[in-house]
Design a protein around this ligand. Structure first.
Ligand SMILES: Cc1ncc(COP(=O)(O)O)c(C=O)c1O
Length: 448
């Protein structure tokens, strides 16, 4: 098949890609095999290409990385220029570009967020936020104030602290001795958790036996990555006030939501609140690995010189990529553009959802959306349907990562923010076809 934006001319996986896939299977852990078998060769704007003539409209952005678009020349030039300077790394020794990036991010953030600590991965930023919450708890009240409250179904990364703050029990089995100082409460998404009142937060903490004054920090994804659900504004305002009342830090994990993804520069702007700390990653550079923790100066300054560092803190090449990407996001008004294109995306998704009782709900804002697959008439997650839909989309030239969320039942949509309205319409048409075909095949099997 071929359109102006998509081209699939081989079987999927492409026969010539099989030796590459086999080598990866042979030498990488099984855990790396979760994605559709597309061997990326190059990517540009909102399209991804393999080496055998296939081209996809990208609804993945890798995994919400390429906010400014894939392969942007400005980012390539900045990376090349920095690399050619000969300064490829310099640990925590001062360098000019790290200072410029920290300042750029700080100036884009609302007060009182004014300091920025650069790290490498989202999980590392989350670990650091947890450390800061607990350090602050120790300072203001002592050892009892160490509880980190986070949310059911949340994902904050795969390292020890980030995973304990996550709200997906199966991912924590390996930890065995869970730290009782991490607790989760229901996320007020209005679908899985119908009660979106803030009273549920307080009653759940009471049920868990947590004294509010022992809470060091409350951490949430600004929207839940597994479903693309946002919390109600009123809930977030009450949460902000509750944290202030109890001396707990409010942490927004913006690793997915930051840098324009949700139709605003920062996801927390949708709530009219400012967190004490925020974590960033993914879309910060649209490319190389870099992340950040930002927030109040008194919190970021809790640790003395030399005691909160990381080997690759603010790597100069990654800083160059991030500065270039941020300039694109700002100067091309990509947050505004995501808000507008995202409205079209939501309209298209709602039209598809209206046709199928197997779509339980559609969530999201800006250019992130989640389509929840369920067994009709129930809220029982249907991961098989979600996978079948993703598989069909990939075969039709629409690239998505594997389903996420409750039992892998959310078809997650996150194109680069530079996607055009024409491409959104065309790709929504592909999703529509994929649902129709997957369900028709299923119904045919049942009646056979
Ligand atoms: C909200 C959120 N926080 C943290 C992380 C972890 O980031 P990383 O994979 O870069 O460690 C992710 C990754 O998916 C995420 O979505």
């Amino acid at each position: 098949m071929e359109t102006a934006l998509r081209r699939i001319v081989t079987d999927i996986p492409a026969p010539e890609s099989i030796p590459i896939l086999e080598r990866l299977r042979r030498y990488e852990p099984v855990a790396m095999q979760g994605q559709p078998p597309i061997v990326w060769d190059r990517a540009s704007g909102f399209q991804v290409y393999d080496a055998w003539g296939n081209c996809w409209i990208d609804w993945s952005s890798g995994v919400l990385i390429t906010n400014a678009g894939h392969g942007r020349q400005e980012i390539i030039d900045a990376v090349v220029k920095q690399a050619q300077s000969g300064l490829l790394t310099n640990y925590c020794f001062p360098n000019e570009i790290r200072g410029r990036l920290a300042q750029r991010i700080a100036e884009l953030l609302p007060p009182p967020m004014e300091k920025v600590f650069l790290l490498t991965t989202g999980s590392e930023a989350v670990e650091c936020a947890i450390k800061l919450c607990r350090t602050n708890g120790l300072r203001v009240k002592g050892r009892s104030k160490h509880v980190i409250v986070s949310y059911e179904k949340a994902f904050h990364g795969r390292t020890l602290g980030a995973q304990q703050a996550g709200g997906i029990p199966a991912l924590k089995d390996w930890i065995v001795n869970l730290d009782p100082g991490f607790v989760q409460v229901p996320f007020p998404d209005g679908y899985w958790t119908e009660d979106t009142s803030f009273a549920l937060f307080e009653s759940k903490l009471a049920e868990l036996g947590v004294n509010p004054d022992d809470v060091a920090g409350v951490m949430l994804e600004t929207y839940q990555g597994g479903t693309a659900a946002f919390a109600p504004v009123e809930y977030m305002k009450q949460l902000r006030a509750w944290c202030d009342r109890h001396g707990a830090l409010l942490v927004c994990d913006e690793v997915q939501a930051g840098f324009g993804r949700t139709g605003k520069m920062w996801g927390f702007e949708h709530y009219g609140i400012v967190p004490d700390l925020a974590t960033f990653g993914k879309g910060i550079s649209s490319s190389l690995p870099i992340s950040a923790v930002a927030g109040r100066a008194d919190i970021l300054d809790l640790h003395p010189p030399g005691s909160m560092t990381s080997t690759h803190t603010g790597n100069p090449v990654c800083c160059a990529a991030a500065l270039a990407s941020i300039e694109i996001v700002v100067h091309e008004n990509l947050a505004e553009r995501a808000a507008k294109t995202g409205e079209l995306l939501q309209q298209e998704l709602r039209k598809i959802a209206a046709k199928h009782p197997e779509i339980g709900w559609v969530a999201g804002k800006g250019l992130v959306a989640g389509v929840a697959c369920v067994k009709p008439g129930t809220k029982e997650p249907d991961g098989d349907l979600a996978w079948e839909v993703v598989r069909k989309c990939v075969e039709k030239g629409l690239l998505m990562f594997s389903p996420v969320g409750p039992m892998g039942s959310t078809v997650k949509i996150a194109p680069p923010l530079v996607i055009t309205e024409e491409a959104v319409r065309e790709s929504a048409g592909v999703l529509d076809e994929a649902f129709a075909e997957a369900l028709a095949e299923r119904h045919a099997e049942v009646s056979a």
